[in-house]
Design a binder for this molecule. Structure first.
Ligand code: NAD
Length: 385
């Protein structure tokens, strides 16, 4: 069973401290009587500790809730924006088109979004307060923070860069959430935080996180920053631990995408280790369902939820099923195990099912078939870097 999180009381206290009609707060969380009040439920700027000032915030209308989405042109972020726009949300998108993979792919991910009048793209870094101000000062009901440097292996090559974006960047995003009095922040965390935790399937309550890469450590740190902002300022912070997400637009560095490219060129698949490592593969629309459920969640002020598929599949089995979906015979090139790769991932979904109503719909075979169909239908493979 899931224990009540100690932040619950603190959250309630912070909510009492910052009632909806309270004035904006300064960097210490002290209400400032010099700043104008705005109607209940609205986000608005405060003078805060940041140097930039913000324009008055328009009232959230009945027509649509307002979202700010960081990392909005990436793989998962662009699917989330699809869903938000289709449901009538207004979306302020932030993305710096990080060069980790091709800009052409990200441009294509968000191409359709640009035709929505309720969509605005702010190209820039989450570390830049002016970029955050420009997105936030239209009001924000829910902030979806997905921007990150992603990937275990690249984080070993660039630990400082990962900490700068994933930890300091998250701190800046949370600071903006505080200044604009955003009530709800949804954070894209990762199954990698569990690291080598031997107790599978992994539960959110597992006390011992054993991250083994800078990427995983950066996600643990960002979850903890969220706890601080929830405790001090009454922001509801929900960390969603995604488990190996796949589907159309998947990042080109991830296994299913890399393997598909190789299989269709009749090249050997680079497989690290002996093929017995296991992953809980989660289809992207299921993850978006979970994100939307978290946006509507009104429980504890600080919560963590697994978003996985509750199945763990060996690398060998994945290759077999992917090759079947593509109608080809795989050839495998065995490579040594990679530092930082965990031996297995497996989500316990009891809490997500119970509190979010999360219920993944797409099994691996169906998901791989959909991925293969999407991949084959792409007019041309954009360069990956
Ligand atoms: N894909 C997965 O399997 C998976 C698993 C666990 C967690 N996650 C997390 O989910 C989130 C989205 O992952 P994804 O697979 O869609 O990755 P992605 O790289 O496709 O998307 C991330 C987006 O963030 C942007 N970005 C990076 N640094 C930025 C910065 N400093 N300022 C503004 N934008 C920035 C990138 O340009 C990119 O478009 C990430 O936080 C990732 O850590 C993903």
């Amino acid at each position: 069973m899931n224990q009540p999180h100690p932040a619950t009381d603190a959250f309630a206290a912070a909510q009492r401290y910052l009632p909806e009609s309270a004035p904006p707060v300064d960097a210490k969380g002290t209400p400032s009587s010099n700043l104008s009040r705005c109607p209940a439920g609205l986000s608005r700027p405060s003078s805060g500790s940041m140097e930039t000032s913000a324009a008055p915030v328009p009232q959230t209308t009945e027509a649509g809730r307002r979202a700010v989405v960081t990392g909005a042109c990436g793989f998962i972020g662009s699917h989330l924006v699809d869903r938000l726009l289709s449901q009538g949300w207004k979306v302020e998108a932030i993305d710096n088109f990080d060069p980790f993979y091709s800009r052409a792919i990200k441009d294509s991910n968000c191409h359709a979004h640009r035709s929505y009048p309720g969509y605005r793209l702010h190209e820039g870094d989450i570390g830049d307060a002016a970029v955050l101000d420009a997105a936030m000062n239209h009001g924000c009901d829910v902030l979806f923070h997905l921007a990150a440097k992603a990937g275990v292996r690249p984080s070993i090559a660039d630990p400082e860069g990962f900490m700068a974006t994933n930890v300091t960047g998250t701190q800046r995003v949370l600071e903006a959430a505080r200044r604009y009095r955003v009530p709800q922040v949804i954070f894209a965390s990762s199954s990698s935080v569990y690291g080598t935790n031997p107790r599978v399937p992994w539960s959110e309550d597992d006390a011992v996180l054993r991250p083994i890469s800078p990427y995983a450590g950066s996600k643990v740190s960002a979850e903890l920053l969220g706890h601080i902002y929830s405790h001090l300022y009454g922001i509801r912070f929900i960390a969603l631990r995604f488990f190996t997400v796949y589907g159309p637009r998947q990042r080109p560095d991830l296994a299913i995408h890399t393997f598909t490219r190789a299989l269709l060129r009749d090249e050997p698949i680079p497989c690290y280790g002996d093929g017995t490592t296991r992953r809980d593969y989660t289809y992207v629309s299921d993850v978006v369902d979970g994100i939307m459920a978290a946006a509507a969640y009104t429980g504890d002020g600080y919560s963590i939820f697994n978003l996985g598929n509750d199945r763990t599949v060996t690398l060998n089995k994945l290759v077999e099923r992917l090759a079947a979906a593509l109608g080809v015979t795989p050839r495998i090139k065995r490579l040594p195990e990679q530092a930082g790769d965990v031996p297995q991932t497996w989500a316990n979904l009891e809490k997500s099912r119970r509190l979010l109503g999360y219920a993944p719909q797409i099994g691996l075979e169906e998901g791989l078939t959909r991925f293969a169909t999407w991949f084959r239908a792409m007019p041309a493979q954009p360069p990956t870097a």
